[in-house]
Design a protein around this ligand. Structure first.
Ligand code: KG4
Ligand code: ZN
Length: 334
């Protein structure tokens, strides 16, 4: 019988300190200490505060993840950690901690790309390569051809704001608390999505790229006009109309990529994959085109370490380890 592969994974790229243990790619524990309540006071993530809180939380989060897995630290074959992209100070906390831990345990060490981790959440949802993956988070918007568990081809990306960033900025001007994406989604459920028409940027263009800054400006200008005229507006309608546009652009381009590559499966991941309309629309359009659709549970969409553990498992099988000279890479590409 082959030996089990036991991995401890650590994530600290932004404002979540997280740790997870996997055995042969199956998740045994998934602990997340979110700093959202702290950063909300400032209307966004304050990098220095994020690093300090990772330092405060990381030992307890790792201990908790190991205890809940029913294994001990000494059982681990590898310590994996997000080394980019992300906030450099935040990444450094995880990378330094993981290096020291793997050295003291005498086990393997591995740096994992945060975007590869988000995509690997789709494996946890049952997606098997090849498939087309829409990756939508606070910092990234990408359409990726997932050729194999560790092999990716970037088909398109955003030219300006990421989808999550657009959600957060529009939410902010409407007075919703940071991070506003989830709250905007909630309000949109109660509004009329066809009450206002905003521009659908780059929808007709023959590429897989996105641009959300024009749409964002159109919403801001609509709100300003209403204010200047002293007219009442329903927040729910603005949220619903804005969300409909973002979702239509994301969905159309993803399905187009799947059709042109002949993919039979599509999936979505990243924090914005929590969006209820995006989940419904992708599922509907996939079915319409005879494709299967995979979406991770919401806890595996926003930042977590289970997705890092799963990505690390596939890298482990390929022997893709790192040495202790690995540094944080804030702008790491997929
Ligand atoms: O993947 P993630 O947790 O962190 C990054 O790696 O960026 O994504 C966070 C982003 C935020 O912009 C947040 O507003 C957005 O995901 N988000 C949502 C929803 N839930 C989280 N956006 C739209 N609808 C949601 N339900
Ligand atoms: Zn992320």
């Amino acid at each position: 019988m082959e030996k089990d592969i036991r991995i401890l994974a650590i994530e600290s790229s932004c404002d979540e300190t997280a740790a997870s243990v996997s055995v042969n790619g199956e998740i045994r524990s998934n602990i997340i200490a979110s700093q959202i309540d702290i950063h909300r006071l400032y209307g966004g993530v304050v990098p220095e505060i994020a690093s300090r809180n990772h330092l405060l939380n990381i030992s307890a989060v790792v201990e908790h993840a190991v205890a809940e897995s029913g294994l001990s630290l000494e059982d681990m074959d590898c310590v994996a950690v997000t080394h980019g992209p992300g906030l450099v100070g935040a990444l450094l906390v995880g990378v330094s901690y993981a290096k020291a831990l793997s050295y003291s345990l005498g086990c393997r060490f591995m740096g994992v790309n945060h975007m590869q981790s988000h995509i690997s959440a789709c494996f946890l949802a049952g997606a098997r390569p090849p498939f087309i993956c829409l990756v939508v988070s606070g910092g990234h918007t990408m359409i990726v051809n997932v050729k194999d568990y560790t092999e990716f081809e970037l088909l398109g990306t955003t030219r300006d704001d990421a989808a999550g960033e657009a959600f957060d900025k529009v939410a902010r001007v409407m007075g919703l608390e940071y991070p506003g994406g989830a709250k905007l989604d909630e309000l949109a459920e109660k509004g009329d999505p066809f009450s206002i028409s905003f521009p659908l940027a780059m929808l007709g263009e023959d590429n897989y790229d996105f641009s959300f800054s024009g749409l964002k400006s159109a919403v801001l200008s609509h709100l300003n006009t209403m204010k200047m005229k002293g007219e009442e507006y329903k927040k729910e309608d603005v949220c619903a109309s804005f969300r409909r546009c973002v979702v239509e652009i994301l969905t159309e381009k993803t399905v187009k990529a799947a059709l042109s590559t002949g993919a039979e499966r599509i999936s979505v991941c990243g924090g914005v994959a929590c969006n209820s309309l995006l989940r419904r629309e992708l599922s509907r359009k996939a079915a319409e085109n005879g494709m299967s659709f995979y979406v991770p549970e919401r806890v595996y969409c926003s930042d977590n370490a289970a997705m890092v553990a799963r990505a690390a498992y596939h890298k482990y099988l390929k022997g893709e380890f790192s040495d202790l000279s690995l540094n944080a890479s804030p702008s790491l590409m997929l």
